[in-house]
Design a protein around this ligand. Structure first.
Ligand code: MEV
Length: 422
């Protein structure tokens, strides 16, 4: 029979039935199916409520980044990531910052923007004014959607209105500015925007299309700063190297993207561990990096009056502690417990500090021994396993691969053969 992906009612099927269908479609081995059937902290029932058509869960390592001193408080930071060296690098960089007090972080508060797109209007400027005249009503309709948020001191606080001149005529965009407290806030602000749409159409005679949050969360910024003692860092030469690396990123978008990728290594690992929306954070960060019209580094590196290295980082940080996967996924709840955070603001601030630490670690490695040495020892272990090494052999084969500077599966197989003959 012809293979087809048009399988009706898949979403209503039991777990075993879904697995059977995927197995026969893709030719999965029975052992593959058994692995999919293994439940971890996130069991099938919970996973099946999180997304649709679930057939299993995918695990990632969680490592703890050590040495983080942030706003005078000690933190152990859980990071969920597949890339070797990231956790060790963050821990090493955080250790270097401790002599000068670690990381100092502030934020603007958990303020999100919902956008409402209004079209088919005669005059954008006049419509803008009509809507401002309705600001109180707009806020009250928005706030009637979420009494709990209001009870916690959050809610829609004000509106901003922009008139965009487009090939389809004037487009009025209403920004509803909402304090979402400990929630990431997507659901809260989208509900408000959708509730407002019919009223806005009635008041203006226009047509509302999109009603959705903006991931350019530039009212929800986290700002981090650190100073690294030049001696702890390894001397003036390294300070100069890191400032040169930053200057390269500031002058060249090709480098700025990689510079920011290093920052996101740390940020996204904590975002995943705590069950937050990685795509929202990535999209917001990169849009923020491009706000000047040219893609730029999210961090800066310079030196203080004594010649110590100083770093700063600023980016949108739309993360929450309530609602979403953070509350549902038991692993994320444990990550939040390890962090010991009390609010979404505190979580965002930790993530900012981790981003800056990760950037420091990458630039220090890049301006000194290069990135490969650190990467290679863990990578070599994976290669050894791929070549068939088990138990003590994994470390032995990995050690020889690194010594040979040939971290390849073919070489690992040769070494394995040599070792088994010994
Ligand atoms: C690798 O995952 C991250 C780096 O490329 C970051 C950087 O170049 O700054 C090392």
């Amino acid at each position: 029979m012809e293979k087809t992906s048009r399988i009706s009612g898949f979403h209503k099927m039991e777990w075993a039935e879904r697995l059977k269908i995927v197995q026969s479609f893709s030719g999965l081995h029975n052992d593959d199916v058994k692995l999919l059937q293994k439940e971890g902290a996130l069991n099938f029932e919970t996973a099946n409520r999180m997304i649709e058509n679930v057939i299993g869960t995918l695990q990632l390592p969680i490592g703890i980044a050590m040495n983080f001193l942030i706003n005078g408080k000690e933190y152990l930071v859980p990071m969920a990531i597949e890339e070797p060296s990231v956790v060790a690098a963050a821990s090493n960089a955080a250790r270097l910052t401790r002599d000068k007090g670690g990381f100092f972080v502030t934020s603007t508060g958990p303020v999100m923007i919902a956008q409402i797109q209004l079209v088919n209007i005669a005059d954008g400027n006049a419509t803008r004014m009509v809507l401002f005249e309705r600001e109180e009503e707009i806020l009250s309709i928005a706030n009637s959607q979420d009494p709990m948020l209001i009870g916690l001191g959050g809610g829609a606080k004000r509106i901003e209105i922009r008139v965009l001149s487009t090939p389809m005529g004037d487009m009025v965009v209403i920004h509803l500015v909402v304090d979402t407290r400990d929630a990431m806030g997507a659901n809260a602000v989208n509900t408000m925007a959708e509730a407002l749409a019919p009223f806005i159409e009635e008041w203006t005679g226009g047509k509302v299309y999109l009603r959705i949050l903006s991931n350019l969360a530039d009212k929800r910024l986290v700002r981090a700063r650190t100073t690294v003692d030049k001696k702890s860092l390894g001397g003036e030469e390294i300070v100069e190297g890191i400032i040169n690396a930053y200057t390269f990123a500031a002058a060249d978008p090709y480098r700025a993207v990689t510079h920011n990728k290093g920052i996101m290594n740390g940020i996204i690992a904590v975002v995943i561990a705590t069950g937050n929306d990685t795509r929202a954070i990535e999209a917001g960060a990169h849009a923020y990096a491009a706000q000047s019209g040219r893609y730029s580094p999210l961090s800066t590196w310079g030196k203080d009056a004594e010649g110590n290295l100083v770093g700063t980082l600023e980016l949108p940080m739309a993360v929450g502690l309530v609602g979403g996967a953070t509350k549902i996924n038991p692993g994320s709840q444990i990550a939040v417990k390890i962090l010991g955070v009390q609010s979404a603001i505190e979580l965002g601030e930790i993530i900012g500090a981790v981003g800056l630490a990760q950037n420091l670690a990458a630039l220090r490695a890049l301006t000194t021994e290069g990135i490969q040495k650190g990467h290679m020892s863990l990578h070599a272990k994976n290669i050894a396993v791929m070549a068939g090494a088990t138990g003590n052999m994994i470390d032995e084969v990995a050690k020889r691969l690194v010594l040979d500077k040939k971290v390849r599966v073919d070489r690992a197989k040769e070494i394995l053969k040599e070792l088994s003959n010994e």
